[in-house]
Design a protein around this ligand. Structure first.
Ligand code: AHR
Length: 504
């Protein structure tokens, strides 16, 4: 038995672009995200392109990632960029105090990161050190990366083998300055932001988009103080929201969970919409023209580390439940394109809700996660025009938490639509129900399509995942369950599946 849903998509009423940066990624010096994930070094047995792991690079290239945030996270506020330039054998080692005390050799630094971005065709998003770094250090980093003149830092960059400045736009001034980034109060950080950002100069036509370190999920006071005390001195303000059970004790297993925990996760990840609305309302008061972007530059699931992996490295598996968190969160971001300028899932390889997992034993195996497949299936939303929709379907009540004491009501079918630059319409349909298909009739108001094609990410069990022995348990397939008659589309979305349709 299937439930019935109806929708009208107002194809001629779209007027907001879905910024491609909403599909942003995040790479921190944490566990094996950089070392062993993106970077293995030129002398590795694992096939690589100038030190970048080839299989990982190819998979990321196919994902068309628009922007990559680096070097942290918490790591950013202890990172001293000068240790990561020049001949590799002369670079000092460092202890990664935030993440397991691991010793790093700084072989992946500014050149290695920015060259990777160029090869991937994505924008770099540099996260600057405010917590333990000086104004001078950050100012010089900006000069090193972006100056083309006869300046000391540009000269140093040239000595290190890079003639032309890189193109940098996104610059974070600190990270989680209320916590690992310096344990500051918002008023103090606001003043520091003002000071540090002045000296991040714009060299040779560079236009920096300066991002202030923003709130953790429900901390509305932080946003209020930043809007009052910094205002339009910042181009963007960040927000971090993790789908996590709490910050003390077990966060639950990535793979062993029951139906109640699955539905709780759906409710929690959708809770980001209320959080965005509340921060946006505070921003609206000082910035009614919505010139300051809200950047959700860390989001995703945070489960217990996989048993047997290094403590502090945040290596977690990724199941179909994570794929749903990705699909639902991206659908939320699409709805808030007026304010949400960027989002960066944490993190790209081997950390938290990653796109890719590499074998920690160094066997050279790699696997694409269910989350990767969602990002790949949703690629067509990047830069498309968001389409408003009237939508009706069945809902259920799911367990809440201290932020939703009476539980959360969630619609069983979660959807989003957009018009792509070639004029075709893209629709995502995620059926959250574990046991019921959802039949939907969609009126494409103002659009007569000729053909519909689709892909589906389905599973036998919501706990399904990919590992090195079974890398293709969860993978997209063609979807034939949609029919188009003039401007009406009908589809039946199987239980616990995610479908993306294209109508031309
Ligand atoms: O993504 C992992 C960590 O989560 C980041 O380093 C930090 O900013 C956040 O607390």
């Amino acid at each position: 038995m299937a439930d019935n849903a109806t929708a009208t998509i107002h194809v001629s009423q779209g007027n907001q672009k879905i910024y491609k940066e909403i599909y942003g990624q995040f790479a921190e010096h944490l566990g094996s995200c950089i070392y062993g994930g993106l970077w293995v070094g030129e002398n590795s047995q694992i096939p690589n392109i100038n030190g970048y792991r080839k299989d990982v690079f190819d998979a990321l290239k196919a994902l068309q990632i628009p922007v990559l945030r680096w070097p942290g996270g918490c790591f950013a506020d202890e990172y001293h960029w000068m240790d990561g330039i020049g001949p590799k054998d002369k670079r000092p080692k460092m202890q990664n105090n935030n993440w397991g005390g691991t010793i790093e050799d700084n072989s992946f630094g500014t050149h290695e990161f920015l060259n990777l971005c160029e090869m991937l065709g994505c924008e770099p998003y540099i996260s600057g050190n405010v917590g333990s770094g000086s104004v001078e250090e950050l100012a010089k980093w900006v000069e090193y990366m972006t100056s083309n003149g006869d300046t000391p830092m540009a000269k140093l960059r040239r000595q290190n083998g890079r003639d032309k400045a890189w193109k940098i736009k996104f610059l974070g001034v600190g990270n989680e300055s209320w916590g690992c980034g310096g344990n500051m109060r918002p008023e103090y950080y606001a003043d520091l932001y003002r000071r540090y950002s002045v000296y991040c100069r714009e060299y040779d036509g560079t236009r920096l988009y300066k991002i202030a370190s923003g709130a953790s999920d429900y901390d509305y006071d932080w946003t209020k103080v930043l809007m009052n005390n910094v205002g339009h001195r910042m181009n963007g303000l960040s927000l971090h929201y993790y789908t996590v059970t709490g910050w003390s004790g077990s966060k639950g297993s990535a793979l062993k969970f029951n139906d109640d925990e699955y539905y709780w996760t759906m409710g929690k990840c959708l809770g980001i919409e209320d959080v965005i609305n509340k921060h946006a309302a505070i921003m609206d008061k000082k910035d009614p023209k919505k010139q300051i972007g809200l950047l959700v530059d860390e989001w995703g699931t945070w489960w217990d580390e996989e048993p047997g992996t290094v403590s502090g490295h945040l290596y977690q598996q990724n199941s179909m439940r994570d794929a749903f968190v990705a699909a639902l969160s991206l659908n939320v971001f699409h709805r808030h394109t007026d304010r949400v300028r960027m989002a960066n899932i944490a993190q790209v390889v081997n950390v938290l809700q990653s796109m890719i997992l590499t074998d920690q034993k160094g066997t050279g195996h790699m696997v694409l996660t269910p989350t990767y497949h969602v990002f790949e299936m949703y690629k067509g939303f990047q830069e498309a025009t968001y389409l408003p929709m009237d939508f009706k379907c069945d809902s259920i009540m799911v367990r809440g938490d201290q932020h939703a004491k009476n539980g959360r009501k969630i619609a069983l079918l979660n959807t989003s639509a957009a018009k792509q630059t070639d004029g075709s319409v893209i629709i995502s349909l995620a059926n959250i129900s574990l046991d019921k298909a959802q039949k939907i009739d969609i009126n494409l108001d103002g659009f007569t399509g000729k053909t519909v094609t689709g892909r589906i990410l389905a599973c036998k069990s919501i706990t399904d995942f990919n590992d090195f022995e079974h890398p293709k348990t969860v993978k997209p397939a063609d979807f034939k369950g949609a029919k188009l008659k003039k401007n009406v589309l009908t589809a039946e979305i199987p239980a616990k599946s995610i479908v993306v349709l294209n109508i031309k």
